[in-house]
Ligand binder design. Structure first.
Ligand code: ATP
Length: 140
């Protein structure tokens, strides 16, 4: 039988995604990671970015997930992503993400004017989260 991947994405709120797949592409802090069956075992920290999953049970269908930091583990054809938060493209509230983006941009402006490095770092991460959600929602 052809080998496939089992993909699980979990967050503190529970299981977000559980499917069989031909391929997974994720962005680690070291760059893109493409995973096919028989991939070598790996554990890597994930960037705030999209994860692309080519599912087995839907012809050429690709699922897109907004991943907001976390860890990916690959072992024995099982891909496990443990994320701080994760949303499938269809579950993203775009207007909420737009509001979060505007808020973060305003906070960045304020942090720069006060030379507040901690606030600038927090707001920049929030901006990345919002932009990532907006980008992933466009794949619907
Ligand atoms: P916000 O300021 O809108 O709350 P945030 O980036 O601070 O955004 P998080 O702390 O990353 O939000 O996430 C809190 C919870 O809300 C998580 O369960 C996350 O999946 C969910 N969430 C956040 N933004 C969205 C969105 N735009 N659409 C759907 N779910 C979202």
């Amino acid at each position: 039988m052809t080998r496939h991947l089992t993909v699980n994405i979990v967050t503190p709120n529970g299981v977000v995604y559980e499917h069989h797949a031909h391929m997974v592409v994720a962005k680690t802090l070291d760059g893109d990671l493409g995973i096919l069956p028989r991939h070598a075992p790996i554990i890597a920290p994930l960037a705030i970015d999209e994860v692309r999953i080519k599912r087995i049970d839907s012809d050429d269908h690709v699922d897109w997930i907004a991943i907001n930091g976390g860890v990916i583990e690959v072992r024995d054809d099982i891909v496990t992503i443990i994320a701080d938060s994760a949303e499938r493209e269809r579950d993203i509230d775009v207007s909420r993400a737009e509001r979060a983006k505007n808020r973060a941009e305003e906070l960045i402006r304020e942090a720069k004017s006060h030379a507040d490095v901690d606030e600038l770092r927090r707001a920049t991460v929030a901006l990345h989260r919002a932009i990532n959600r907006i980008n992933v929602s466009k794949h619907q």
